[in-house]
Design a protein around this ligand. Sequence first.
Ligand SMILES: Cc1ncc(C[n+]2csc(CCOP(=O)(O)OP(=O)(O)O)c2C)c(N)n1
Length: 275
Amino acid sequence: MKITDVEELKKIANQVRIDIVNMVYEAKSGHPGGSLSIADILTVLYFNQMNIDEKNPKSAQRDRFVLSKGHCAPALYSILIEKGYVPREELKKFRSVEGILQGHPDMNKVPGVDMTTGSLGQGLSVANGMALASKMEHEGYRVYCMLGDGEIEEGQVWEAAMTSNKYKLDNLCAIVDYNGLQIDGKVTEVKGLDDLEGKFKSFGFNTIVIDGNNIEQIIDGFNSAKLCKGKPSVIIAKTIKGKGVSFMENKAEWHGKAPNEEEYNQAMEELKGGK
Ligand SMILES: Cc1ncc(C[n+]2csc(CCOP(=O)(O)OP(=O)(O)O)c2C)c(N)n1
């Protein structure tokens, strides 16, 4: 069922953040920073926007989601647990061979995962194929693809962007998680994106710039993408890496590191206090 109440969506996003931190803490490894930055966007997608049914995860007409920045699997897994695709007990087995929730999403193991990802740069190409198939089969579903701002330094992403434009994939919505950091530093220092909106515009995209940690702006952004006809859309979402846990916010060191016990307790205090 579609949730429209913003306060309720905020509560779900907060629970998703709690689950992300729990998962990474239990496993003693994983990627909290980039998972926390997309918690609000994924919450809106799965609880407010996408046409999906957890009782029928393989329905041909379902909207598709490709987590191109696959290392942020904890965010997707938390959502799938909240939606009821995956049993909550799996959370404790994150990154363990006994569980289905591996370090990167596997579509053959996890109900609700539409594409196996983790090798960066490939998701938009796959999303193009899905969006084209939707049109060719007249299924009418939409496709969403989450990219990282470090990830889009890879050339294949721009080749894929040309393809989205060539086929006028207006049922495709790419999202860039523009948190400004990648694996070991600032995106501007590694290979800056400069006028990112201008770049996407020149590749034929309808561009929408939002605060990607603001639920109302996220809803408006996706609604406006749905209204655009004849071209693909991209949502450039300004976010904070590590959002919701004060000592993780805007710190590249939290890209792929688990909190120790003291840090875990502090994170839980902050998140459970709803800060
Ligand atoms: C092809 C490929 N090269 C390198 C990596 C290693 N890697 C994992 S995450 C990452 C940085 C990604 O940065 P960004 O897309 O900004 O993700 P975020 O900061 O949102 O977590 C890199 C280089 C990878 N997974 N795949």
